[in-house]
Design a protein around this ligand. Structure first.
Ligand SMILES: CC(C)(COP(=O)(O)OP(=O)(O)OC[C@H]1O[C@@H](n2cnc3c(N)ncnc32)[C@H](O)[C@@H]1OP(=O)(O)O)[C@@H](O)C(=O)NCCC(=O)NCCS
Length: 195
C-alpha cells in the first residue's frame, strides 16, 4: 500500500466509503465539463471506475489516488498516474491527472496533489516521462501542468470524442521537485523522505 502526504492532503488507495462522495463529484456537470463528452457519471459507473483504478494499482504498481483533506478526512477527489489508452498516438506513456469536487477548487489543492503524484512517479517508480492531456479550453488544467514544470508538445484530436486535446510532458531530466518533502508509507514501514 502506498500513501503520500502533503501539507494539506493524504493521497491513498481507494475504500468502499469513497464511492458515494466520488459519485457526487462525478455527478456535477461543471466538474465533468472537460472530460470526454462532458457527460456525468452515476454511482454504479463510479464504483466500476474505482474498481478499475484499484486493478491498475495491482497490475502496474501505480494508479489514481483517492485525495483526502488531512484536517477533515473528507474525500476531495483524485489525482495520480494512469496509462492514457484513449490516445494511442502518445503511447507508451504514463499520464498524471486530477479531478476535485467543486468546493475544493481555487486553493491550490490539485497542484499540491499532482506534484506529489509526479514526484512518486519519478522518484519511487523510476518513470522517465510523464504526460498530461487536457481538452483545449480546460485552462485550469493547463495552468496546473505549467506549474508542474510541464511543456506543451502536441495538439491533436481525441480519436473517439472528436474534441481537441493538448499533450504536455515532463521528462525525468527536466523534473525538479518544487514542493517540500513529504511522508511516504510503503508497506508496514513508514519513512520520511529526505530528498
Ligand atoms: C482542474 C482542477 C483540478 C483545478 O483544481 P484546483 O485545486 O482549483 O487547481 P489549483 O488551484 O491547484 O490550480 C489551478 C490554477 O489554474 C488557474 N485557473 C483556474 N481556473 C482557471 C481558468 N478558468 N482559466 C485560467 N486559469 C484558471 C488558477 O488560478 C490556478 O493557477 P494559479 O495558482 O497560478 O492562480 C479542478 O478545477 C477540477 O477538478 N476540474 C474538473 C475536472 C477536470 O477538468 N480535470 C482535468 C481533466 S484533464
Amino acid at each position: 500500500m502506498v500513501t503520500l502526504e502533503t501539507p494539506r492532503l493524504v493521497l491513498r488507495r481507494w475504500r468502499e466509503e469513497d464511492v458515494a462522495p466520488m459519485a457526487a463529484i462525478n455527478a456535477d456537470p461543471e466538474v465533468m465539463r472537460w472530460i470526454r463528452d462532458g457527460s456525468v457519471r452515476d454511482e454504479q459507473q463510479t464504483r466500476s471506475g474505482i474498481q478499475a483504478w484499484e486493478s491498475e494499482w495491482e497490475s502496474r504498481g501505480f494508479g489514481l489516488f483517492a485525495v483526502e483533506i488531512r484536517s477533515t478526512g473528507e474525500l476531495a477527489g483524485f489525482t495520480g498516474l494512469s496509462v492514457p489508452g484513449f490516445l494511442p498516438e502518445v503511447l507508451p506513456a504514463v499520464e498524471v491527472g486530477w479531478r476535485l469536487g467543486r468546493s475544493h477548487w481555487g486553493q491550490g489543492l490539485a497542484t499540491e496533489a499532482a506534484a506529489a503524484a509526479v514526484r512518486f512517479g519519478f522518484e519511487e517508480r523510476g518513470l522517465r516521462r510523464i504526460v498530461s492531456i487536457a481538452q483545449v479550453g480546460n485552462d485550469a488544467s493547463e495552468r496546473i501542468m505549467t506549474k508542474l514544470g510541464m511543456r506543451a508538445v502536441r495538439e491533436t484530436v481525441h480519436p473517439t470524442g472528436g474534441r481537441r486535446v493538448r499533450v504536455f510532458e515532463l521528462s525525468s531530466e527536466q523534473y525538479a521537485p518544487t514542493h517540500p518533502p513529504m511522508t511516504l508509507e510503503d508497506g508496514p514501514q513508514r519513512r520520511r523522505r529526505t530528498t
